[in-house]
Design a protein around this ligand. Structure first.
Ligand SMILES: [Zn+2]
Ligand SMILES: [Zn+2]
Length: 175
């Protein structure tokens, strides 16, 4: 998704951009996240005092797995996007102090990497099928939302468990 910078700045009028982006390669390395169709980008690029303001929405559907019970879920995302770009001459060090302004060089602005990182930022780290999801039994793997398995599940702090083993071992040596 490229923006012709010179013609945009010369014309001085907003340009609408619309493109379907294939995000399969982007999400290929993400365990459990799989796009359902492309990401639709609907953006407007506005020249503003030598800067370019790009804003709009990124929408699409994504397949995820519940982080507790691994049940597949499909979610629709609708991510607002807004970024300000500043054209800088090629090879020149940019002294831009404002962290909200993204410097770039060249006559074309490739927006794809910015849109992709926006999507990655908005992917849920721990998606849930339900806030009350009970997850899988750590003993037998039963999905506890479906039925109770009857395993004894004591929540033992691993550090306390190590201490207990150490004390048990010590007692045995005494005998
Ligand atoms: Zn779940
Ligand atoms: Zn169980």
């Amino acid at each position: 998704m490229q923006l012709e910078v010179q013609s945009l700045l010369a014309r001085g009028e907003p340009v609408r951009l619309r493109e379907s982006l294939d995000v399969v390669p982007l999400l290929a390395g993400m365990r459990g996240a799989e796009p359902v169709g492309p990401m639709e980008a609907e953006l407007t690029a506005r020249p503003a005092g030598g800067l370019i303001e790009v804003s709009g929405r990124l929408t699409g559907r994504i397949r995820l797995a519940c982080s507790r019970c691994l049940t597949p879920l499909e979610e629709t995302y609708d991510i607002p996007y807004a970024e300000t770009f500043k054209p800088v001459p090629e090879g020149r060090e940019d002294k831009e102090e404002d962290a909200d302004i993204v410097p770039f060089s060249g006559s074309r602005l490739e927006l794809r990497p910015y849109l992709e990182s926006e999507l990655l930022l908005h992917l849920p780290l721990a998606p849930l099928c339900d806030e009350a999801c009970r997850g899988l039994c750590p003993e037998c793997g039963q999905n506890l939302n479906e039925r109770e398995c009857g395993c004894r599940r004591e929540r033992i702090d691993p550090r306390l468990e190590a201490l207990r083993k150490l004390l048990d071992g010590g007692q045995q040596e005494d005998h």
